[in-house]
Design a protein around this ligand. Structure first.
Ligand code: HEC
Ligand code: HEC
Ligand code: HEC
Ligand code: HEC
Ligand code: HEC
Length: 483
């Protein structure tokens, strides 16, 4: 009969003997993490956390300025610390059999403030928690700033962003943060940006991003929320003179120079009227248009709302409805419809070559250099590395074919330096792996790429017409001096 008694009916002596065998909480904590996993976790956490603190001190005191060190400090060390910490409960879990065997669950953890050891333990716990939370907050703060930095945007996804980052670094906005145009102020756009950022990271990891990255950016924040933090279109800019230099293959020595004054306009302080090119973005009017394709290069209806509430609607002859199924998408014109390349400024092929000739970086005395420059810059290299190896070489070969080996020998130094200029031009504008090449990203601010549907002449074509027969003028003098 006695053997069948349930456990609780053990004698007092038996129970006490068993309790003695049990480990105390302290002892249990002391042994349970000593599995390979637990040891690894504790080691990893200790090492990463120590390095994290050293890195944090280095960054905050300015001793470390290297951006790659920031990736390690703010992303890799915290991840290592956290991973190590997670391994510790995992190691307890692995040892769970021993916990149950020792029946720890039957003995509650009691904190007794009358005991000195307990008081000390609690105080130590609180102090360590405050220290840890402070470090954690510092890391989050620094990591937040780091993920908003131009370096993070431009260089982390190096292959993908290299074209935009390179073009940006030579632009007038090289010191304006990526986030100032791409996110702007306000929590809602910050959240939107981080969500789309996550999608982009996924696209990079899975390799599913498009090459080239498509323009226009469909969900770019309305430019007026971002650009106008620094630029104010009501300010009167008056005119701006620009110089355009060009050569021809037949005459690569004497440039044809055109200077034109662009009537940027603004609110004229003398007449209090808004005049000139910036009229489209003045407070007085709202210009909306219907784009008939994704690249916004074909424009259907255009609607202008004037301050007195009068609207004018232009349309292509025959109506634009027939061109698209249903209504095309409407867009309110803003800075980006002209300044679509304010910072990712890719250079034009002929512009780059002609500037080289003008500045004598390309030696105009080398016969046929202009033509050969076009050939080597447009050649399809498999990669930027291949271009680095072959470009200068192929210029020399072309010149040898054209002018003879003796000529090439005599002008070797000048040919090599011309070749280097062209290689720099190539590396600044062409990324074969991203399918970015000359003319991939065209600008709207002018009419050089009119033939591809870019620029002012999308609307200023004398073809869009109101029901009263009014057109949008292509009169040269409306925008600039007669060339
Ligand atoms: C002065 C404002 C400005 C700054 C600063 C800026 N961008 Fe842009 N970015 C733009 C505009 C405007 C477009 C949209 C072009 C379009 O829609 O055609 C754009 C487009 C892009 C695109 C899409 C591809 C393309 O070339 O159209 C990428 C990628 C990009 N930006 C990345 C960056 C990165 C990375 C940085 C920082 C290194 C940065 N941008 C800084 C204004 C800016
Ligand atoms: C954080 C401030 C800031 C923001 C935001 C900003 N810009 Fe600028 N922008 C500048 C500065 C600074 C310059 C250089 C001025 C100079 O050196 O004369 C500049 C220059 C320019 C120029 C003249 C370029 C030239 O060739 O001289 C244009 C055009 C321009 N910005 C358009 C834009 C557009 C469009 C946006 C919005 C997509 C924008 N900016 C957003 C600060 C800003
Ligand atoms: C209708 C086309 C158009 C629109 C819309 C437009 N701009 Fe411009 N903007 C121009 C042209 C053209 C120039 C002069 C040529 C150049 O800088 O390439 C210019 C020049 C500028 C300059 C340089 C001024 C100087 O003195 O050199 C700034 C800055 C500028 N724009 C900012 C803006 C901002 C900000 C917006 C949006 C609020 C805007 N623009 C909207 C066409 C436009
Ligand atoms: C989306 C269509 C559209 C685009 C693109 C466009 N414009 Fe216009 N623009 C208009 C309309 C509409 C008017 C008003 C015509 C009128 O009322 O006579 C206008 C008027 C103007 C005016 C006269 C403003 C005044 O003082 O009354 C100038 C100057 C001008 N545009 C320059 C440009 C330049 C430069 C570009 C390219 C950088 C450009 N526009 C691109 C639609 C456009
Ligand atoms: C709607 C405004 C507008 C009209 C109309 C216009 N232009 Fe322009 N034009 C521009 C702008 C803006 C630029 C500056 C482009 C740049 O900054 O790269 C420009 C630049 C030029 C250039 C120098 C760049 C190049 O393409 O070599 C020439 C030449 C030129 N225009 C000729 C003309 C002639 C000729 C007419 C009349 C048939 C005319 N334009 C009408 C806005 C206009």
């Amino acid at each position: 009969m006695a053997e069948n008694l349930p456990e609780e009916h053990k004698s007092v002596e038996e129970a006490e003997a068993e309790a003695e065998k049990r480990l105390t909480w302290q002892e249990q904590f002391g042994v349970s993490w000593k599995t390979p996993i637990g040891l690894f976790g504790v080691g990893l956490t200790t090492v990463c956390f120590t390095l994290l603190i050293l890195g944090l001190i280095g960054h905050m005191t300015g001793l470390i300025e290297n951006h790659y060190a920031a990736i390690v400090t703010f992303l890799i060390f915290p991840a290592g610390t956290l991973f190590g910490l997670i391994l510790i409960p995992v190691s307890f879990y692995v040892r769970r059999k021993r916990w149950f065997k020792n029946s720890l669950s039957k003995v509650f953890l009691v904190i007794d403030f009358s005991k000195k050891v307990h008081r000390r333990a609690v105080i130590l716990f609180l102090v360590l928690s405050v220290v840890n939370l402070t470090i954690f907050a510092l890391v989050v703060y620094e990591a937040y700033h780091f993920t908003e930095s131009d370096f993070f945007c431009g260089a982390i996804c190096h292959q993908v962003m290299d074209p935009e980052y390179t073009a940006y670094q030579r632009s007038p906005h090289a010191k304006v943060g990526c986030v100032q145009c791409h996110i702007g102020s306000g929590a809602d756009w910050y959240v939107k940006a981080k969500l789309s950022g996550l999608r982009q990271v996924k696209a990079v990891i899975t390799g599913s991003f498009s090459t080239p990255i498509p323009a226009p950016v469909e969900h770019l924040r309305p430019a007026r929320d971002t650009c106008e933090a620094c630029h104010w279109p009501e300010k009167f800019h008056g005119k701006r003179t620009k110089k355009f230099v060009s050569f021809t293959n037949d005459n690569q020595k004497e440039p044809s120079v055109q200077e034109i004054s662009l009537r940027i306009g603004g609110r004229n302080p003398y007449t209090d009227t808004f005049e000139g090119i910036h009229w489209h973005v003045s407070k007085d009017v709202k210009v909306e248009y219907q784009s008939l394709n994704k690249t916004r290069t074909a424009i259907g209806k255009i609607k202008v709302t004037k301050p007195n509430g009068i609207t004018e609607e232009y349309d292509v002859p025959g109506g634009s409805k027939e061109k698209v199924a249903g209504e095309g998408s409407w867009r309110t014109m803003d800075c980006i419809d002209c300044h679509n390349r304010p910072t990712h400024v890719y250079e034009s092929l002929s512009g780059k070559i002609d500037m080289g000739l003008f500045a004598k970086k390309l030696n105009p005395e080398l016969p046929g250099l202009r033509e050969d420059a076009f050939t080597v810059l447009q050649k399809k290299y498999a990669s930027r590395e291949e271009a680095k190896e072959q470009l200068v070489e192929s210029l020399v070969t072309l010149q040898a074919k054209r002018n003879g080996d003796a000529f090439v020998k005599e002008h070797e130094a000048s040919l090599i330096s011309s070749g280097k200029y062209l290689l720099d031009a190539y590396l600044g504008n062409v990324w074969p792996d991203m399918k970015v090449t000359w003319g991939t990203y065209k600008g709207h601010n002018g009419h050089q790429d009119e033939a591809d549907g870019y620029g002012c002449f999308r609307c200023h074509d004398d073809t869009h017409v109101t029901e009263f027969g009014k057109t949008i003028s292509q009169d040269c003098a409306q925008c600039h001096d007669e060339p």
